[in-house]
Design a protein around this ligand. Sequence first.
Ligand code: LLP
Length: 425
Amino acid sequence: MIPPLLPGQPHFALRNGELFAENVPLSALAREHGTPLFVYSKRSMLEALAAYQRGFAGRNARICYAMKANSSLGVLQVFAQAGCGFDIVSGGELERALAAGALAGDIIFSGVGKTRREMQRALQVGIGCFNVESEAELEVLSEVAVALGQTAPVSIRVNPDVDPKTHPYISTGLKGSKFGIPHERALQAYRRAVALPGLRVAGIDCHIGSQITTEEPYLDAMDRVLDLVEVVEAAGIALPHIDFGGGLGINYNGEEPPGADALWVDLFAKIDARGFGDRLFMIEPGRSLVGNAGVCVTEVLYLKLEDQKNFCVIDAAMNDLPRPAMYQAYHAIVPVQHCSDPASRYDVVGPVCESGDWIGHDRMLAVRPGDLLAVMSAGAYCMSMASNYNTRGRAAEILVDGSSFHLIRERETAADQMRSERLVP
Ligand code: LLP
């Protein structure tokens, strides 16, 4: 089946056979800034955010963008200006969020392996909450906070043991995963947290996985979390906030995830029925805010026509777009300008010296060398996971806003890559 032309990306549209980001033709951007080139639509980001805001209308809620999805400063700035908080997972992400204008108090710190140095810095700047993932981390965080004369706000990430029915590498809420504290040990962990001198319990949190395209795992997880809130509060430990993680999927290839607004209407029906409607609700969406707000524009270098297979060799590779190689992920690939040649079937591959360096298998494309292609749905977990493998410089990035656009990252040079290295004297 030939996939829908532009899945889920309303602000990337064909006009007279030419692909535009909002009101800007991608070919003009590629001419000016070269390829591979990531292009983001600001309007797409704000519309994706607005769906969550509608779902939370009238509620006490905070949306903390999970910046691991795309941590480029210009992207963070859009969300900071729109009033978002940030979910971070490293000291590096903390510095980026602050540099983009985030308020420290709206930052929450997730992750199984926070170092003492990261905890210190986060306490010094006054972040909003630490999402703690083990009893051992509770002890260390308390020690670090006491040494600084502070108390650290904590929420415990519980593992609700529900199956999000997504790729195993991005399922996190099942028993046996490295994430969170098992449901049955949560009360014990909270008892320890209140006994430690450097901690103040602020809430509870969970995250069950990523690219979730049905409501059911969310509804199940919410039930499990609310069960725990009842148990923990019955033991006299108040949980002012409930952080429900991220994970809502996007349309890469015809998936039909629920809208964030519809999902939260259904979740609040359950929450209200169980009497928890007046809590502070926090969420950590990443992919669903940026995934379909970005594309990667790439040039066709060569067409290799062989007996067994045709290859379309492009100038973007697994170092720019790691998701196909890592998760066998699908990204639609479409021509940026119409070509009247008949379409042929190609494996679309990059220049990196690995057979795993493919971007799409069996794609029908009408292309010639020198043509531009757009790899769609590339706003999330592409640039933020890009590497320098094969000493390839990371791509440039453009943020489009209506008819104007801004270069938000220059193309990385070989000199940039070697800057921190030293020859042996
Ligand atoms: N909160 C926590 C604690 C997380 O671990 C994650 C994602 C999120 C929030 C955001 O989830 P999202 O809304 O983006 O689904 N590289 C993979 C995805 C890894 C997700 C890791 N955790 C991919 O490209 O599919």
